[in-house]
Design a protein around this ligand. Structure first.
Ligand SMILES: [Zn+2]
Length: 138
């Protein structure tokens, strides 16, 4: 699966992120939620950064959100040079966390703050899948 021509890489999972990357390979986007204070946590980790509880669970996220902020990269070197121009964005998920990602599937000059987006997955090198976001089309 490929939603863009952006470079991909091999996933380096850790004990804290293995379940997350296993889920992306299945087309699912997981978040951690604290069972003590109910904070939704990004990035995946084994404790809550708000109350320090280690009582955290995985939840299936909606995979939708809005563009909170973004920049258009028009100059790069190395692997990313061939992908120019591309969008680096902060997406605010419906569950609350803001995550750094790329916006794909749209002309870079048409990206707007507040635009509704949804997660898309792209094959990573050596299994699993990377997450990126694309506009919600009606
Ligand atoms: Zn907590």
């Amino acid at each position: 699966m490929s939603a863009s021509d952006l470079p991909t890489r091999a996933i380096v999972a850790t004990v804290e992120t293995q379940d997350f990357w296993d889920a992306t390979a299945e087309g699912r986007f997981l978040l951690r939620r604290c069972n003590t204070c109910e904070a939704v946590i990004w990035y995946p980790r084994s404790h809550c950064p708000i109350c320090m509880s280690t009582d955290v669970s995985w939840i299936d996220a909606a995979g939708t959100g809005v563009v909170y902020s973004f920049s258009i990269t028009r100059a790069a070197s190395g692997t990313w040079k061939g992908a120019l121009p591309y969008v680096l964005a902060l997406v605010e998920l419906d569950e609350g966390p803001r995550i750094l990602t790329n916006i794909v599937g749209i002309d870079v000059d048409d990206v707007r703050i507040g635009m509704a987006v949804k997660v898309v997955f792209e094959d990573a090198i050596e299994g699993s899948a990377l997450y990126r976001f694309a506009p919600v089309t009606t």
